[in-house]
Design a protein around this ligand. Structure first.
Ligand SMILES: [Zn+2]
Length: 406
């Protein structure tokens, strides 16, 4: 860089900092310290079917411009996957998460496909499939990965699959109703919901409109459709606090907020709420009284690795000093945690994913005692965290409210 160019860049940086100072709006809530030992409740994995993983990507999605972005955001190439197998992705995720200061474990999410009238996988309508067996194997291989199962309730053997998932350590069941073609309000799903309650498996389900995949059925992500599982006692976690779009003229988030007042078994995760396409989502979730005590931390990895998320978009709320502290954080999970913390996400939100999973693991039927103990042991292993499941402690390393490391 020559001298005049350097002066120009320095000038631009100073101007930007000065501009931030003048338009500084401050965080959405008071900034509180965050402790390590966090569980990320929402982390994606995928695969192309290499190494016998059973993962599947439709021709349509492969041809879509998004496919290349997905692969890049996972930090792998198609060639690498073909050579080393899809498990490489899970290995990379585990490796990256292990380097995080704050996130101790991540729930890796399987994704079942669409199902035909006979209750079998409908490959023609399935865009992306990540089998339970693959994710269970990844979780068995890496202690910092937890098994997030996915079972399409229209499968003929859906209930057996739930039992299998629970036996193999599943901590929740994930749906994306819009691409799995599931109507959560369908009365035919009642036995499935009752099984979820019996097995104490929370349902993490996409809510709100999103165009992450081509050709989705957005009407199935209407939060109101969750009234059925909620009324049956299923612990439901609405992904992304249902940010995005509206149904019957009502904003999706407003519909979810109404349900929060009615059902204490309803939660929402804050994954992807700092994405550009959901701008304002985090502020709304953190400041609306209906969501108080109901939010869980999730990252929506690997979307963090795309241009959709950047601390720069939050300059006015962060101010120059906090912005710098987030930008300087190299680990992708730590950057996500710090960005959300510095914007005012309370410590209890970061601690709640662990609590909700533990609660579910604790209260299964007597028959599952050993499994519950296993999940409990797994969740309370001392490696790298300083507080119990009750909430963050005071003495451990962590980031203080001012943004400095203790
Ligand atoms: Zn997601």
């Amino acid at each position: 860089m020559n001298m005049s160019k350097a002066i120009f860049v320095a000038g631009a940086v100073v101007l930007f900092a000065a501009a931030l100072f003048f338009i500084f709006t401050g965080p959405y809530r008071p900034v509180a310290a965050v402790a390590p030992g966090i569980i990320d409740i929402h982390c994606h994995v995928a695969g192309i079917g290499a190494g016998g993983s059973g993962c599947f990507v439709s021709k349509e999605l492969r041809a879509n411009w998004r496919f290349g972005i997905y692969l890049r955001s996972f930090g792998v190439s198609e060639k690498e996957l073909s050579e080393k197998g899809d498990m490489l992705l899970a290995d990379r995720i585990s490796e990256l998460a292990a380097k995080s200061r704050y996130v101790e474990k991540v729930v890796l999410l399987a994704l079942d496909g669409a199902v035909d009238a006979g209750g079998a996988l409908d490959a023609a309508r399935t865009q992306l499939c990540v089998p339970d067996e693959f994710v269970a194997a990844a979780a068995a291989r890496h202690p910092n990965l937890l098994f997030g199962a996915s079972v399409n309730p229209y499968r003929k053997d859906a209930l057996e699959r739930l039992v299998w998932a629970k036996k193999n350590g599943a901590v929740l069941v994930k749906w994306i109703p819009s691409i799995m073609a599931i109507d959560p309000a369908d009365k035919k799903l009642v036995p499935f919901y009752r099984k979820l309650v019996e097995l104490r498996l929370p349902l993490l389900t996409h809510a709100g409109q999103e165009r992450a995949f081509p050709g989705t059925r957005d009407e199935f992500c209407d939060p109101d459709k969750l009234s059925l599982p909620l009324s049956l006692g299923v612990t439901v976690i609405a992904a992304h606090a249902a940010a995005g779009g509206s149904y019957a003229g009502e904003r999706s988030t407003d519909r979810l907020a109404r349900l929060m007042l009615k059902y204490p078994n309803l939660y929402a995760d804050i994954s992807s709420l700092t994405q550009l396409n959901k701008y304002g989502g985090l502020k709304e979730a953190l400041t609306r009284p209906e969501f108080s005590g109901r939010l869980l931390y999730g990252s929506d990895f690997p979307y963090l690795n795309t241009g959709l998320v950047s601390p720069w978009y939050y300059g006015p709320a962060l101010g120059p000093r906090r912005l710098l502290s987030v930008i300087r954080t190299a680990n992708i999970w730590d950057r996500d945690v710090l960005l959300k913390q510095q914007l005012g996400t309370p410590a209890e939100v970061f601690a709640r994913s662990r609590q909700v999973i533990l609660k579910a693991a604790r209260s299964g039927s007597g028959r599952d005692l050993m499994l519950r103990q296993r999940i409990k042991d797994e969740l309370t292993r001392p490696a790298g965290f300083t507080h119990g499941p009750g909430g963050p402690g005071n003495g451990g390393p962590g980031m203080t409210a001012s943004g400095d490391f203790k």
